[in-house]
Write a protein that binds this ligand. Sequence first.
Ligand code: LLP
Length: 415
Amino acid sequence: MNSYIESTSFFGNVSAEELATKYGTPLYVYNERILRNSMRTVSKLIQGYRYVANYSMKANSNLSILKIVNEEGLNADAMSEGEIRLLMKAGFSTDRIFFVPNNVSSQEMQFAIDNGILVSLDSLDQLERYGNLDRGGRCAIRINPGVGAGHHSKVVTAGKNTKFAISRDDIDEALEIAARHELTIVGINQHVGSLFMDPEPFLQAVSNLLSVAQRFGRLEFIDFGGGYGVPYHKLDNEQSFDFENFEVKFKALVDEFVSTVGYTPLFKTEPGRYVCCEGGVLLGRVHATKDNAGRKYAGTDIGMNVLARPAIYDAWHDIEVIRNSEIITDGDLEKVTLVGNICETGDIIADDRLLPKIKTEDLVCVLDAGAYGYSMSSNYNCRLRPAEVLITENGDDKLIRRRENYDDLFSSFEL
Ligand code: LLP
């Protein structure tokens, strides 16, 4: 069997067992070298034009990782006041933050305006609200390009069934609202959804957005959104997203647009998952195994509160099994259902999965956990959120977020 941990020397100079003993489990572990490589890939997504990648920080909002993103020269997008505040804390200047919210209050818009952060409005109603707050100001609008994509219907954010964006049929009305408030629409953005490996729907959306762009005057920027996939079945040799081939097709559309309109805006993308997914894993300890009605269960401390993706989207994450610091890559396999410690039957990490025979006290390592892992975790069942550790470029381990404690958990109660 393949091992991603081994082939990438993921844990650097330390072993999984040392990390688990030192920091406890469950534990998110990130590899700085892999993270930086992914950031560098998305930094050159469109070549030959003014281009910037906005890191979509909802995928992973650890402050140390945001600082690395900042060092690598990416800009960022934010979905909430909290995300804006954290980006500012990580050192992003406000002109490098793009606020792309959905259904926000005037207070939250005002926070962005007061800080000089550009806001994208994603409904006519929100555009009207923005106009009332910032007459004569600058803003962007989010357009539904009519084509969506994503690994699950719950993460497709364009096309027919979505709460996001302004439909192409409503652009005249959007322009009217903007004119009434003397707003300048300086940019347009889209986001088709999260995780595509086949670039075609995305490219169709790019083409649609570029034709819509011609209905605006000279735009300062056009932002194509995120969604670039990573191979979650890498142990079965699923290949990485083919950026080389993609870039050629992407650039051809952009070339055609530029020659038609006769000006060159800044082009942007908003990758989240691609930046941090493969650079993160989640370690957990097996505390019990059992057979129930012919099905073997391995019970770990990785509850759905720690990694929600399998429970919410039936998402697949590859699993490696580690015993006494050795990654088990040979020997007998058996079907096992890997579960957590939460009081829900759906608290499953891997359902009926063929894995090396698991014993109590083994460690399991959930791959591709760097995106939408910690950032979607919760305190359900009054469980503490785990610690996060970075394996630095020289291979050493560094704590970048401590495990929560019970004081944190109870700190907001008023009696
Ligand atoms: N831009 C906007 C406006 C977005 O809503 C998102 C993600 C992104 C960019 C980044 O997309 P990415 O490159 O990461 O695919 N929790 C789900 C994914 C939800 C994505 C939400 N929006 C999951 O775990 O699969």
